[in-house]
Design a protein around this ligand. Structure first.
Ligand code: IPD
Length: 265
């Protein structure tokens, strides 16, 4: 029969915790500073792959009939209706530099709908999770998005993908938005930006070019905390555009971003 959400949540939390421990304990203290045998980027890639292997191995044992999609290339077609979407390190550049904003992101879809999301951030000592219809929590405590803010009072985060050719256009959108909001943040982790919208540490977040493994878990966490998420007006979140914000800010930010061409370039 279909997996109860509670079981999927247990598995997701355990997978994220194990991968988080591996990444936290296995990160060389001098990563990105001193010369190592291989380049710092190779070390991060190796850690990323190791963490993805750990998660896929664990899921394979606990949930052998499920499908899987991972940032580092893992892909399994399941037959249970459940599919896991995982990003072993979201915020890779922060991990490389020893900054705190990186996270293991694990989401479970049932028949194409995200039902469980876990974003585990070892260096922040924080874990956010959500279950469809059951709210969002940080370390077990319910979180809600920040209510009642106008755009000019809104703290809005964004991100830039790695495609150098589109970064100029992304900069133009920031330039147009900056005078109209309280301020702009760029954390370097889409998953954590979505968690920060969920808990009211941000009023909104948007980005173009993100992948399902970056946002699957965080998107559910934000929605379960009362935030709205979407893509360009009328579309769901996707590569084109991802917007997440408190309802008040979302209603203004999403059409404004479309007008500024945030879903292009
Ligand atoms: C990246 C981070 C970053 C966002 C990029 C993502 P990664 O994920 O979420 O904040 O701006 O678009 O690719 O590569 O560190 O897993």
């Amino acid at each position: 029969g279909p997996a109860p959400y509670a079981e999927l949540l247990d598995v997701a939390l355990e997978a994220a915790r194990r991968a988080g421990d591996l990444l936290r304990d296995g990160r060389p203290a001098d990563l990105g500073v001193a010369a190592t045998k291989s380049s710092p980027i190779d070390v991060v890639t190796e850690m990323d792959l190791k963490a993805e292997k750990l998660i896929t191995g664990f899921l394979g044992e606990r949930r052998p009939d499920d499908g899987l999609l991972g940032e580092e290339g893992a892909s399994v077609t399941g037959r249970s209706g459940v599919r896991w979407i995982i990003d072993p390190i979201d915020g890779t550049v922060n991990y490389l530099y020893g900054r705190a904003d990186w996270a293991v992101s694990v989401a479970a879809e049932l028949d194409g709908e995200t039902v469980v999301g876990v974003v585990h951030a070892p260096a922040r000592r924080e874990t956010h999770h959500a279950v469809l219809g059951q709210g969002a929590r940080r370390d077990g405590v319910p979180v809600r998005c920040r209510p009642g803010t106008t755009l000019d009072q809104a703290l809005v985060a964004t991100g830039f993908n790695y495609v150098q050719a589109t970064r100029g256009a992304q900069g133009e959108v920031v330039r147009a938005l900056l005078p109209r909001v309280r301020d702009i943040r760029r954390s370097g982790s889409a998953a954590l930006d979505l968690c920060d919208v969920a808990s009211g540490r941000l009023d909104g977040y948007y980005e173009r070019g993100t992948h399902p493994w970056d946002y699957a878990a965080g998107d559910l966490i934000a929605r379960e905390a009362g935030a709205l998420t979407g893509g360009p007006p009328g579309a769901p979140p996707g590569r084109e555009l991802l917007v997440a914000a408190s309802p008040e800010v979302f209603g203004v930010l999403r059409p404004l971003l479309a007008e500024l061409g945030a879903a292009r370039g």
